[in-house]
Design a protein around this ligand. Structure first.
Ligand SMILES: CC(C)(COP(=O)(O)OP(=O)(O)OC[C@H]1O[C@@H](n2cnc3c(N)ncnc32)[C@H](O)[C@@H]1OP(=O)(O)O)[C@@H](O)C(=O)NCCC(=O)NCCS
Length: 172
């Protein structure tokens, strides 16, 4: 994970939540958020490989509780000036507090400043919470993809959702 450069911090003084971009996150920092959400599907070694291979990481950190509460793993396709969100999640206890919205808006703002043209992601067609968040921030459904998330592993998160996906896009 080459995340030591391009460090930035975006915070609201009244909020205990700070958003960090490409700070010196350890695997433990990122996995503490993403492993409970996605570990049963990907398995720890594949999850670690995904973390290692992304170009950017954004995390939300609760400065009062001193813990990471949300992470987004993002790849860049520089030829097309497109950002691709590989994984995006907020720890279960902190969902519904606007943290996902703040994290996604931070990625969107950064992408606009860097002159990317779009952000793309995939989400299960029945993950209404995620779709609601993405549409609120300006994404729309571009394609319906059958069996994009095939059954595998123990599936605790993915079992609660179907295997079909929407590809969603946000033009910047
Ligand atoms: C999906 C997820 C990222 C949302 O993050 P969050 O911090 O809980 O979201 P927010 O509190 O910022 O809510 C954002 C919006 O989501 C939408 N939303 C939330 N709950 C919803 C629900 N039950 N149904 C429909 N939309 C919902 C709303 O539009 C909400 O905006 P509003 O509060 O202004 O109405 C988070 O719940 C999560 O990590 N879930 C598990 C992992 C996951 O599904 N990741 C996405 C994989 S593609």
């Amino acid at each position: 994970m080459n995340v030591s450069d391009n460090k930035s911090k975006l915070s609201l003084s009244s909020s205990p939540i700070s958003i960090y971009h490409n700070s010196k996150f350890s695997f433990d920092d990122v996995e503490s958020v993403l492993e409970p959400l996605f570990g049963n599907y990907y398995g720890i070694s594949e999850l670690r490989a995904i973390i290692s291979n992304v170009d950017h990481i954004w995390c939300a950190y609760n400065t009062t509780k001193k813990q990471y509460v949300a992470c987004a793993l993002v790849r860049t396709y520089n030829k097309d000036k497109v950002l691709f969100i590989n994984l995006f999640g907020v720890t279960q206890a902190c969902q519904g507090q606007g943290i996902g919205t703040r994290l996604l808006k931070a990625i969107k703002n950064w992408g606009q400043k860097q002159k990317y043209v779009a952000i793309i992601l995939h989400t299960q067609v029945d993950n209404y919470k995620a779709i609601g968040l993405y549409e609120k921030v300006g994404f729309y459904k571009q394609y319906y993809i059958t069996n994009f998330f095939p059954p595998r592993g123990c599936l605790s998160f993915f079992r609660s959702h179907g295997s079909d996906a929407y590809e969603m896009i946000l033009y910047l």
